[in-house]
Write a protein that binds this ligand. Structure first.
Ligand SMILES: NC(=O)c1ccc[n+]([C@@H]2O[C@H](COP(=O)([O-])OP(=O)(O)OC[C@H]3O[C@@H](n4cnc5c(N)ncnc54)[C@H](O)[C@@H]3O)[C@@H](O)[C@H]2O)c1
Ligand SMILES: O=P(O)(O)OC[C@@H](O)[C@@H](O)[C@H](O)[C@H](O)CO
Length: 502
């Protein structure tokens, strides 16, 4: 879709003339101090926005962001950002239909790694770079959710480990930069994960150290893994802001409402939260001055967010899709679904949480339903159904395992897993095909299709579920829900689950 003819192409030259707030700082004076892998919607709605807030106060101007993409998909982001001097419009969409725009200027350069891996490595090796941050999705960490160990058999990792290979992965690129810093006597940067993974800093430490050990072994640099483990900081963080995929309609609306021709604006909800562990090797922006909670221990916040918000997203998406919904707010404005979500949160997620400093869960949980119900955001059920094999094992399976181990009921969590298994049969309740978007789509569909003969086939996948298929506390409600989904459909199944929970 092309922007309306009166819209002005966003650029360093035009930003000052727009009728929308933008950088009050001189971007030509901003230098790179943060390298970020995975510049998608979320990074631009969250970390880059917080930094822009600081820059608007005249701070952190030496900590501008250099975005890096490693995936083919990132070519589009490179072209979009480079065409507009890395500026973009961030639009907060309120439930009342109002839109609040701001042009963000904290990303100052963008490198597409396959174009020039050496440039990316040297950017990170530069002593001016203090932090390498990541939003590379749950799958980007390349670890088994069951064992927590790095997958050294990934073909791209295997290729990066070859002597003399130009690195393609975030592991290969980052490790080479760390080697250069070590050899040049430069303090290592902090690796700051901003992905939705419990203990994201611990996991980042695990996978980057594992890669460094393998690289060290392959290149005769035996101490490399230990050096990374000892000298690199990996803060944990809890990150939160619902950021749906930008649509062509969003682009057209940004042009029409604000007169900005922006190749890739970002839209999101007004709510934002970032709780960050204080653990950095070489300083950090004074994030606490712009609303970030910097704390010694992030774990209670992470558990709360991943098990209440993210797991609830999975709780609503398959049942919602099967019931005919395509937009998240429509699902959550349906009282049956809202009740089911709150039942899951109260009965099964909450008993696995720790006390969360400063947070009243009785306020937080209904607030989630309100956020999900924001009709302005137009988040899609499809976004939540995608890459489920990276999400359910990391967010919901730990809740189930903890409850099973403590002898508590898991009926609702088991039902959510059953709804995923039913969804992955790839045919909806009207007999129409469902497109399963998942890197494991083929194997998941094959398992789901076997469940007419073997109803436990899907959950016998031990890579995703460990030994849950052998736990009767889990299998009993799982089998009951799966049978009900086949026999009565999504809505009637939910009605029954909700009634039984009373
Ligand atoms: N969208 C949200 O509401 C939201 C909110 C909180 C946290 N997050 C976190 O941010 C992540 C990204 O979300 P998004 O909305 O920006 O998605 P997105 O699809 O817009 O961007 C994802 C980015 O990750 C990159 N990526 C994917 N796999 C990779 C890999 N193996 N190696 C390197 N880069 C890889 C992609 O190329 C892309 O640049 C989520 O997976 C989640 O962990 C998202
Ligand atoms: O982006 P993912 O894959 O981590 O998960 C999908 C959603 O649950 C997630 O993006 C939420 O919208 C987000 O975590 C809200 O802060």
């Amino acid at each position: 879709m092309t922007a309306t003819s009166t819209a002005v192409k966003l650029s360093a030259g035009t930003v000052g003339s727009l009728d929308v707030p933008g950088p009050s700082y001189d971007r030509s004076q901003v230098t790179t101090g943060i390298v970020h892998f995975g510049v998608g919607g979320f990074h631009r709605a969250h970390q880059a926005m917080y930094l822009d807030r600081l820059m608007n106060e005249g701070k952190a101007l030496d900590l501008g962001i250099c975005g890096v993409g490693v995936m083919p998909f990132d070519l589009r982001m490179r072209d979009a950002l480079v065409s507009q001097d890395c500026l973009y419009t961030l639009v907060l969409k309120d439930a009342d239909g109002s839109w609040e725009p701001r042009v963000i200027g904290s990303i100052v350069e963008y490198l597409y790694a396959p174009d020039d891996p050496e440039a990316v490595i040297e950017k990170m090796a530069d002593p001016a770079t203090k932090i390498v941050s990541l939003t590379v999705t749950e799958g980007g960490y390349n670890f088994s959710p069951v064992t927590g160990k790095f997958d050294a058999t990934n073909p791209k990792v295997v290729a990066d480990l070859q002597a003399g290979a130009a690195p393609q992965t975030v592991f290969g690129l980052v490790t080479e930069a760390l080697v250069r810093r070590r050899d040049r006597g430069v303090v290592p940067f902090t690796i700051m994960s901003c992905d939705n993974i419990q203990g994201n800093g611990h996991i980042a430490a695990e996978v980057f150290t594992a890669y460094a050990r393998l690289k060290g072994e392959a290149s005769g640099d035996a101490g490399l893994g230990d050096w990374v483990a000892e000298h690199v900081a990996f803060p944990n963080s809890m990150v939160d802001r619902i950021t749906p995929v930008t649509t062509d309609e969003d682009r057209a609306q940004v042009a029409e409402r604000f007169g900005i021709d922006d190749a890739w604006p970002v839209v999101c909800e007004p709510f934002t939260q970032w709780v960050l562990e204080e653990r950095f090797t070489d300083g950090r922006p004074p994030y606490e001055e712009v609303g970030v909670e910097v704390v010694p221990d992030v774990e209670p916040y992470e558990l709360m967010k991943l098990r209440l918000l993210n797991a609830s997203h999975q709780a609503l998406c398959y049942f919602g899709y099967l019931a005919g919904y395509r937009l998240v707010h429509e699902v959550c404005q349906d009282p049956l679904f809202a009740t089911f979500l709150l039942d899951y949160m109260n009965r099964e997620a909450t008993p696995t949480l720790q006390p969360v400093p400063g947070v009243d869960l009785d306020v937080y949980k209904p607030q989630l339903i309100e956020r999900f119900s924001n009709a302005g955001v137009r988040d899609t059920v499809a976004r939540l159904c995608a890459e489920s094999s990276d999400r359910i094992p990391k967010w919901l399976v730990p809740v189930i395992k903890e409850n099973v181990a403590s002898g508590r009921d898991v009926s609702l969590s088991a039902a959510i897993v059953a709804s995923w298994a039913r969804y992955d049969e790839a045919v909806d309740e009207q007999g129409e095909p469902i497109e399963i978007v998942d890197q494991l789509a083929d194997s998941l569909k094959a398992l789901a299709q076997q469940q007419q003969d073997d109803p436990l086939a899907f959950v016998k996948n031990t890579d995703l579920f460990g030994d849950l298929a052998e736990q009767e506390t889990f299998t009993k409600p799982y089998l009951a829900t799966l049978a009900s989904l086949h026999e009565h459909g999504s809505r009637a199944t939910l009605e029954n689950l909700v009634a039984n929970a009373r």
